[in-house]
Design a protein around this ligand. Sequence first.
Ligand SMILES: Cc1ncc(COP(=O)(O)O)c(C=O)c1O
Length: 490
Amino acid sequence: MSESDILNPERQREEVETGWPLELGSDDLRRMVDAAMERVTAHLEALPRQPMSYTSGGEELARSLREKEMPETATPFTDLLATVFDQGLQKTYNTPSPGYLAYIPGGGLLHAAVADLIANAINRYVGVWVAAPGLVELEANVLRWFCQMVGYPEGSLGVLTSGGSLANFTAIVTARRIRLEEDFLRGTLYCSDQVHHSITKAAMLAGFPVNNIREVPSDEQQRIEIEALKAQIDSDRQAGMEPFLVVGSAGTVNTGAVDDFEALADVAHERSLWLHVDGAYGGFFALTERGQQTMGGLELADSITLDPHKGLFLPYGTGCLLVRDKETLRRAHHLEADYMPEMQQAPDLVDFCELSPELSRDFRGLRVWLPLKMHGFSVFREALDEKLDLAAWAYEELRSIDHMEIVAEPQLSILAFRLAPPDFDDDAGDELNRELLRRINGRQRVFLTATTLGGRFVIRICVLSFRTHLDRMRQALEDIREAVGEALAH
Ligand SMILES: Cc1ncc(COP(=O)(O)O)c(C=O)c1O
């Protein structure tokens, strides 16, 4: 079989007539992977030089790729690669670039791509223990390591989810089922005004009226105000509501603020509330000494969301929920069915379908396990330490720019700033900062985003990509300085 056979539409057509075209042979698989790898490596080599975000024309691109008819005949693989790489990949945010300092950067460790290839090729079923006990154990190892990282005791565990939103959702449903009766509509939950909107969405989807979600004000460091929280819980209880859950943040999306977990745990304990911590952005900084100091008391939470596709630099589609007591997760999700195999009763073994809303799912544990085993946690700790250093460096540099106001100092690796010259009122200041952001991003070397703090438009930097190092941060500061000069002269 010649090398081009698998890429040849004639051959694909012949296969339809004569063989079993869906049963790819080893040689064909190798050729497909090689052809794909050529495009992937070329793309990755160019990545650092590619523009950060070129989305104008996205509408035309999307419409040009619309296919009304179901394809009935074969298309050569190389043509399909061209569709993905030459068209689909255009007009995107360059999320894996070292210059992506926007929102919360995703990762994309290539080890995980290889792990996914293996996991999908072997396609074993990890929803129930008996179907793949060894592979389930590899995934359980990852969860136990995470529990160790956050300081959880024996008996803790969790599940890997598709992301932070699903982890938060699972946490809220678990807290609801453990702390409230079936009739739960008087249940109220508490979070700061800085909490990620996935918490509100999760509460909504878990069946709570939106009015039962109490947004507690935050202090000048964007941390939940403990006295206001207590007062709100107590007045709700007096009014006949059933406070059952408080959510803290281990790194808010706006500014990376970390709540006071010891104080939150006291409040939760005294008032019998479940404490959930959303550490989707910041949780993995617990690997570092500085992160541990900033997030003291994290282990007091009943549940913690982590997002390996953020803080462990993995590709999108990898979240995690940890619970201090594995039984809580099991009690919330356990359900029997006649056609299911018997579940494990041994406390050291786990059927993941008993801890999660999912039954069938991908073997996502492998994409976490492989890079962690290949490098060890030490390499991830160093990389996260570097991000803390880079954010601290950017903070010092920004402070040296005239009229630059640091609105949020980095507690972890996010900071927020605003250009505030004296002769600009608040509204004119907002417009000036919008212009500044346009000019920074227009240079296409870094991509920053903005948010609103205290009603004012502020620009954020979030350093979290494993590809971001000092060279790119220097470019970021160069671009910011130049853009400040231009925006003020404008
Ligand atoms: C603090 C926080 N929580 C939750 C989420 C939601 O996570 P995901 O996008 O993985 O669903 C995010 C996403 O940026 C976040 O920053």
